[in-house]
Design a protein around this ligand. Structure first.
Ligand code: TPP
Ligand code: SF4
Length: 272
């Protein structure tokens, strides 16, 4: 199986702007799936609405292109009814953490076996460049022409604090790292979160005078460091990449199986 076999080429050309980072995420994801030797039939991709969420249209997996902010709710339903399937949930930062923020923290708290890929371009791309909870203080957006005074939060820290058992950050510049991290996230049993810094040259880039897509990629290179590196100590403003959490916790669907067994009288060790 080559990466091309995982694509729905009939839906090409894709809708992303030239230089958009989301295509790079798709590329790394397909390479990760290929490396893991997975068949199309064992993967479900559930997405919401957004430029990032359009990824589900281009993959030849079982796919659900659902409602903005509700991808994790649909994905939870799929996992509960078909636990043998591998469920991947690509989301935008707005999709995952504004309208979908509640679903995000509770999916993490339950540690349900889903792979959440948060494509963080720090803006609402699809709807024309409104600021998101990840835009950050002092940035500009179509809805913040005099600058944004909302502070952002750290997706990695939020996911870890909420209970996710695998948490990582990558960028669209560091594509090999991204592929490896996605392989680990997909293989992990439990709620996996991968934040991917992804460039939106059309809105975030233009509104914030960040230059071309290449300039934005260069800034991912220059402003991030591997987790735990010495450079971070000297330059605390640098953003860390890598795997921050990888822990073994009871997985929700597996725990639910035990409840089914108890309720149906099949668990002799259970004392009602
Ligand atoms: C319930 C609902 N609210 C709002 C919208 C409009 N809407 C569609 S996509 C989107 C934001 C997209 O931003 P993000 O999730 O960050 O993804 P991106 O497009 O940047 O990849 C919004 C507000 C919608 N489709 N449904
Ligand atoms: S608007 Fe931004 S996020 Fe959407 S396709 Fe264009 S570059 Fe990508």
């Amino acid at each position: 199986m080559s990466t091309h076999d995982y694509l729905r080429q009939r839906f090409f050309p894709h809708m992303w702007c030239p230089g958009c980072g989301h295509g790079t995420v798709l590329n790394s994801l397909l390479r990760a799936v290929e490396q893991l030797g997975m068949s199309k039939n064992e993967i479900v991709m559930a997405s919401g609405i957004g430029c990032s969420s359009r990824i589900s249209g281009y993959v030849d997996f079982h796919s659900l292109h659902t409602l903005h902010g509700r991808a994790l709710a649909f994905a939870t339903g799929v996992k509960m009814s078909r636990p043998e399937l591998n469920v991947i949930v690509p989301m935008g930062d707005g999709d995952a953490l504004a309208i979908g923020g509640n679903h995000f923290i509770h999916a993490a708290r339950r540690n349900i076996d889903l792979t959440a890929i948060v494509m963080n371009n720090r803006i609402y791309g699809m709807t024309g460049g409104q600021y998101s909870p990840l835009s950050g203080y002092g940035t500009s957006a179509t809805t913040a022409p005099y600058t944004n005074i909302d502070h952002d939060f750290d997706i990695v820290e939020l996911a870890a604090a909420a209970g996710a058992s695998f948490v990582a950050r990558a960028t669209t510049y560091h594509v090999v790292e991204l592929e490896k991290v996605l392989e680990r996230a997909i293989s992990h049993k439990g709620f996996s979160v991968v934040e991917v810094m992804s460039q939106c040259p059309t809105y975030f880039g233009r509104k914030n005078k960040a230059g071309s897509a290449v300039d934005m990629l260069r800034s991912f290179k220059e402003n991030t460091v591997p987790a735990g590196s010495e450079k971070k100590k000297e330059h605390p403003h640098l953003l860390e990449r890598g795997v921050f959490v990888d822990r073994d916790l009871p997985e929700y669907r597996a725990e639910y199986e035990k409840i089914i067994k108890r309720a149906s009288g099949g668990d002799s060790s259970w004392n009602e």
